[in-house]
Write a protein that binds this ligand. Structure first.
Ligand SMILES: *Cc1c(COP(=O)(O)O)cnc(C)c1O
Length: 355
């Protein structure tokens, strides 16, 4: 038994969704599992989780719980759009690259309008350009801009950047949606409050990720303008996102928010990323490609070095952001940072640098 357990431990910095469930979320599941409760969200945990979000965000928002980020983003965008609308996003956005067309599918055809990612972010210029480039009836009417916080490349929009983006959205009659699959990492990175990062900066709808934050499953969709949430419950049900035993989606949020684990987990992951970046920055031939502002470190290194690192047993992705991505989670082991640093240094020293 013990041996199998050890064999199944994957040593990796590939993604924060390889990690397990944190104690606070697990404990809340266990508490919710003692006995019976009403189904479909009509239970005390779901009410308590929604209230916990309202307290955390210091506002009376509408809160929904869905199974994953693709559903959260797609259904949120669908609720902001008619089928003839357009959604402005950057080319690296998860909604564009990793959701299999779900935003278009659930909105019955709203088109994603793609902007170049400048240093991993959507820019004001792109919003302006895409919002104004066509005014005629032959092109989808821009209706929403969506940004990812923290970004797919581990960057964080500052509060000033968020406010400038929301001002641009307002000027063009666009709603602002935030994909917060790593929202907690962004809050920990900036050291600002959830309210400052969202409605106080002009965000209309937030998808707050629980999975990468240490839960088993689940994302919360927060509407800061309640009018935008009209019939969202029907949308969730039709999309197969209304959990019958809802308490197991919602109770972990109570544990995460009331204990502060949501922020602690993210701060730990971010800290591991900073330590790793600091360790490796002197290795010849290795370049950190994006500023480290959340829980990811992207490096460019000769293909051979990365292959050797893989051969020595480390897992990481190279298909995102044009570089090798090392991603840290709530339970990343600080002691193993030294180990991967040593291996990377070793692999790099073994590989002659070709100009
Ligand atoms: C992980 C992630 C999601 C959610 O993905 P699911 O697999 O659908 O849960 C959404 N946006 C970003 C930026 C992500 O990294």
């Amino acid at each position: 038994m013990r041996e199998t357990e050890e064999q199944e431990q994957l040593e990796q910095f590939a993604s924060d969704n390889y990690a397990g469930i944190c104690p606070e979320a697990w404990q809340a599941l266990d508490t919710a599992n003692r006995g019976h409760a009403r189904a479909y969200g009509d239970d005390p945990w779901t009410a308590q989780a929604a209230d916990a979000f309202r307290a955390l965000f210091e506002t009376d928002c509408e809160v929904y719980f869905v199974f994953n980020g693709t559903a959260a983003n797609s259904l949120a965008l669908a609720s902001l759009c008619q089928s003839y609308h357009g959604v402005i996003c950057c080319e690296q956005a998860h909604v564009e690259t990793d959701e299999c067309g779900a935003p278009e599918f659930f909105s019955n055809g709203s088109k994603l309008l793609i902007a170049p990612a400048i240093d991993g972010k959507l820019t004001l210029d792109s919003i302006h350009e895409l919002a104004t480039k066509r005014q005629d009836i032959h092109y989808p009417k821009p209706r929403v801009a969506t940004i990812t916080q923290s970004t797919e490349t581990g960057r964080v929009y500052t509060l000033a950047e968020l406010r400038a983006i929301s001002d641009a959205c307002k000027a063009h009659g666009l709603y602002l949606h935030m994909d917060g699959a790593r929202f907690a990492n962004a809050c920990a990175g900036l050291g600002c409050s959830p309210a400052e990062m969202t409605w106080k900066s002009g965000v209309d709808v937030l998808c707050f990720g629980g999975t990468k934050n240490g839960m088993a499953v689940g994302e919360a969709v927060l509407f800061f303008d309640r009018k935008l949430a009209v019939d969202f419950d029907y949308r969730c049900k039709q999309a197969g996102q209304l959990a019958s035993k809802m308490r197991f989606l919602s109770a972990p949020w109570v544990g995460m928010i009331e204990s502060g684990a949501w922020l602690r987990n993210a701060a730990h992951a971010n800290q591991c990323a900073r330590v790793f970046a600091e360790l490796i920055k002197g290795i010849p031939g290795i370049r950190i490609t994006y500023p480290v502002e959340a829980n990811a470190v992207f490096i460019s290194a000769p293909e051979e070095v990365l292959n050797r690192l893989r051969d020595s047993g480390w897992h990481f992705y190279t298909f995102i952001g044009g570089a090798a991505r090392f991603m840290f989670s709530w339970d990343s082991n600080p002691a193993r940072l030294e180990a991967i640093y040593r291996d990377l240094k070793h692999c790099s020293a073994e590989t002659p640098i070709t100009p």
